[in-house]
Write a new protein. Structure first.
Length: 596
């Protein structure tokens, strides 16, 4: 009975749409879905006013009414393909643009960009004066990679727009959807032909050039925007952002010159402080934040930024002081019913990190007990358990985890993985395996659980079980780069099935080309296959990205085998000085009979 009532409500809601087809006035336009079906693509409600010129004169028939209701029911059941086809076909027959718009929504809900573009183009054709229809068609064309005529279409739109600034921003957003960023820049240049000297055009070109990797052009356009509008803080910020890598001194100087004549430029000053911190000029960054704090004593976000900067510049006591002040203000505000400060959780967790860095584990534990945000509660409890594990209080850590009631597979996996890590760190590998096996039974296809369990099986020399788990991960999550890598590396390390090992690692590299551990695996498999030169090229690259101990051990072995014993010894000594008990190093030195 409840189901039927729901269907009756649905039918009643959409009788209005069928009636609209027979040319009722715009004020009687139908209700619409109240959701955006695709993030970033703004579609206004179907109930917007459509002028009488856009409404066709069509007699309502039982067939039309049935098709409208049938498409809505199909969509409710998740059958978005038939719903799209029926609604778009009806739009073309009746010439009603609102039906075409509804077809766009159905296609987007079903993830069919091509069909959504067809519907959007029909919508724009049926209501050529509708700016939103044209914008939607252009956005979908960009998302679908259809660029023919896009530049001229955007140019015409900008020419017709009463507000050029808004039209330029819209054009930039359209081309930003293209995968080919260089093509996007070319299309935007064509679109902006008639407004090339406007500062907004320079800003748009700067951002798109940056996305295309053309840093000199991005900086050139940002500076042109500032020249065209010397009082624009947005242009000054973009000029700093685009120039801080390529010409840091000049960019910082320009920003400071702007601030000298625009003392109210709070956002630029914040960006300048961040830029100076990225350049390791921590004193300069601190000066900017202190100046901001003096000018804006009620701007409490500056306290948080000062705390982060102090932590970055290795002044943990100062950092803790700023963060404590920020959290005190937060507590005072919330006690009075005021809105909480936006970075309160981040400030608290950074204080926890500072206490943990200083091995004040009880202080860190007590700080975590103050977390009351439901979204931050799980990370706080997990961190508390890890802290108890670091104190050697493994039973206490497990009791904390046992009190957590996971809400879903993700949370259940996190709890189990944390418990297993605590046990591993305590040297109880067998118990860690039991924890993950039990969790794997509860959550049978959770990739993270299976991956960690596979790694533990390898440590226990349970190779077949390791392979089975990794192959299962690959079957259910074909983009899991580390599963391919782990399986390929395991084969290479055992010097078996090397062609298969290389294929697996190549697949991992295709998925994560800049991962240093995957690059290390590729070097290792080439070494096992006897190609020392290739092995060295990969291992050198991996070590340059991340000077990790295991990568250094591998690189040292290949150097040793290539006759570069002095450099190999140097690398191994560096590993030994940082980690005297490193198992990979000890095994390698023993196997090669090398004494450092």
């Amino acid at each position: 009975m409840l189901f039927n009532a729901h269907r009756l409500k649905l039918a009643a809601a959409w009788v209005g749409l069928a009636t609209a087809v027979s040319a009722v006035s715009a004020q009687n336009a139908p209700p619409a879905s109240d959701e955006l079906l695709v993030p970033g693509l703004s579609l206004s409600p179907m109930g917007r006013a459509i002028g009488p010129r856009a409404l066709p004169n069509v007699d309502l028939s039982a067939e039309i009414l049935f098709q409208v209701l049938a498409s809505e029911v199909a969509a409710q059941r998740g059958a978005f393909g038939p719903a799209t086809s029926t609604t778009l076909d009806l739009a073309e027959k009746t010439r009603d643009p609102r039906l075409a718009r509804r077809a766009v929504e159905f296609a987007l809900a079903g993830g069919d960009l091509v069909r959504a573009l067809d519907a959007a183009q029909a919508w724009a054709e049926l209501d050529p004066a509708d700016v939103e229809a044209r914008q939607t068609a252009l956005s979908l064309a960009a998302a679908a990679g259809r660029v023919e005529g896009m530049g001229s279409a955007l140019r015409a739109r900008i020419a017709a727009a009463p507000d050029k600034s808004v039209a330029i921003v819209d054009a930039r957003r359209v081309v930003a959807r293209l995968d080919d960023k260089r093509k996007a820049l070319s299309i935007l240049e064509e679109a902006l032909t008639d407004v090339r000297n406007l500062p907004e055009a320079h800003l748009a070109l700067s951002r798109v050039a940056a996305a295309a990797g053309d840093k000199p052009r991005a900086l050139q356009e940002a500076r042109a925007a500032l020249d065209a509008q010397p009082d624009s803080e947005a242009a000054a910020m973009l000029a700093l952002q685009m120039g801080v890598e390529t010409e840091p001194e000049q960019s910082v100087a320009r920003a400071r010159a702007f601030i000298a004549t625009h003392a109210e430029s709070r956002n630029l000053r914040v960006l300048l402080a961040r830029a100076l911190a990225s350049l390791k000029d921590y004193d300069g960054a601190r000066d900017e934040l202190q100046a901001l704090a003096r000018a804006n004593p009620e701007d409490f976000e500056i306290l948080y930024m000062q705390g982060v900067l102090a932590y970055q510049s290795q002044r943990p006591s100062d950092a803790d002081g700023y963060l404590r002040q920020y959290l005190d203000v937060h507590e005072q505000r919330t006690a009075k019913g005021a809105a909480p400060l936006p970075e309160a959780d981040n400030a608290l967790f950074l204080r926890v990190q500072i206490a943990e860095d200083q091995q004040r584990y009880d202080d860190a534990f007590d700080l975590l007990a103050k977390v009351d945000d439901p979204d931050a509660a799980l990370p706080a409890r997990l961190r508390q358990a890890v802290l108890r594990g670091k104190q050697g209080r493994v039973d206490d850590a497990r009791r904390i985890l046992g009190l957590i009631d996971p809400r879903d597979v993700r949370e259940g996996s996190q709890v189990a993985l944390t418990e297993a890590q605590i046990l591993r760190n305590a040297g109880d590998r067998d118990e860690a395996v039991k924890v993950l096996e039990a969790a794997n039974q509860r959550y049978p296809d959770a990739p993270d659980l299976m991956y960690d369990l596979a790694m533990l099986y390898e440590q226990q020399n349970r190779i077949d079980e390791m392979e089975n788990r990794l192959r299962r991960i690959i079957a259910i999550k074909p983009d899991h780069a580390h599963a391919y890598n782990a399986l390929g590396y395991s084969l290479a390390d055992r010097n078996v099935r090397l062609p298969e090992a290389r294929r697996l690692i190549e697949r991992a590299m295709n998925l994560a080309p800049d991962d240093p551990f995957i690059i290390d695996s590729m070097g290792w498999v080439h070494y096992r296959m006897g190609d020392n030169a290739k092995a060295l090229s990969y291992l050198e690259r991996a070590y340059e990205i991340r000077p990790d101990a295991e990568i250094a051990v591998h690189l040292g072995e290949v150097l040793w085998a290539s006759g570069q014993q002095a450099r190999a010894r140097q690398l191994w000594r560096e590993v030994q000085s940082k980690d005297p008990s490193n198992a990979a190093l000890r095994g390698t030195l023993a196997r090669l009979d090398v004494t450092l």
